[in-house]
Ligand binder design. Structure first.
Ligand SMILES: Nc1ncnc2c1ncn2[C@@H]1O[C@H](COP(=O)(O)OP(=O)(O)OP(=O)(O)O)[C@@H](O)[C@H]1O
Ligand SMILES: [Mg+2]
Length: 233
């Protein structure tokens, strides 16, 4: 696999771009996805690697924080964590420190330079990520997180190679599936969706990442909920 560049916070670097606007549209769509009970725990995942989960979750986190909501971003990708690099933080202590009983909830949290946005980095990479993420302690972590923050956003490992994200899906209010445009076969996306649903997760949105756009050279995304499939803009 070729080396990746660290995902970009386009909402900070280029807030007026069409890509930044697309993330704001995603924020609004998620807000209206369940109007009676706002989605407060959201997992971002994908079928296969490198489809754009970390890029999406980071920019969505910034977009939400910019509306004065307190946001906690959690790096629950315990195999290829990257959120600490995007936000210039140390990787540890973090989620695994808390899950292993090595520190308090508060000790796992880092403040970012972005107002209203805090981060829980992954912590040290453990030998047993799936078990840790499915644990009672993980549920306790999420309960503590929603008590203190308006929205809790989780980055995760892709669905198809391992079970980590499925274990988390049932603990969430909603799951956003990121699909890399032109990279992932339709069958793989369908299998990922089925696995999330079999794990009692609720898919609340699909982000199609890396669609070519002539305006700013980065990405635009389209989304659909349920059976509806139409471009956002
Ligand atoms: N819309 C985009 N336009 C341009 N580059 C992008 C876009 N989305 C992601 N990338 C780049 O693609 C690479 C993979 O993105 P990202 O790390 O967000 O994917 P991921 O799904 O989190 O990957 P992994 O499975 O390794 O966790 C990064 O180098 C990122 O900068
Ligand atoms: Mg990632």
């Amino acid at each position: 696999m070729k080396p990746q560049t660290t995902p970009r916070l386009v909402l900070i670097d280029d807030p007026l771009s069409t890509t930044s606007e697309a993330y704001r549209v995603l924020r609004t769509n998620l807000h209206y996805a369940n109007p009676d009970a706002p989605l407060r725990r959201i997992l971002v995942t994908s079928a296969a690697p490198t489809e754009g989960k970390s890029t999406t979750v980071s920019n969505l986190g910034v977009a939400l924080a910019q509306t004065e909501r307190s946001v906690l971003l959690v790096d629950a990708d315990l195999r290829r964590p990257i959120l600490h690099l995007i936000f210039n933080q140390r990787p540890s202590p973090g989620l695994t420190s808390y899950l292993a009983g090595e520190g308090s909830f508060q000790a796992a949290i880092a403040k970012t330079s972005i107002p209203n946005l805090s981060l829980v980095p992954s912590g040290r990479i453990p030998p047993n990520p799936a078990e840790l993420l499915a644990s009672r302690r993980m549920r306790e972590f999420l309960d503590a997180a929603v008590e203190k923050y308006d929205v809790v956003l989780l980055d995760s490992h892709p669905i198809l190679p391992v079970t980590d994200a499925c274990a988390l899906a049932a603990m969430m209010d909603g799951v956003v599936l990121v699909v890399g445009s032109g990279t992932t076969p339709e069958g793989a996306v369908r299998r990922a969706k089925e696995q999330v649903e079999a794990a009692h997760g609720k898919i609340v949105g699909v982000v199609v990442n890396r669609l070519e756009t002539k305006s700013d050279g980065y990405s635009r995304y389209y989304r659909y909920y349920g059976k509806q499939k139409k471009p956002v803009k």
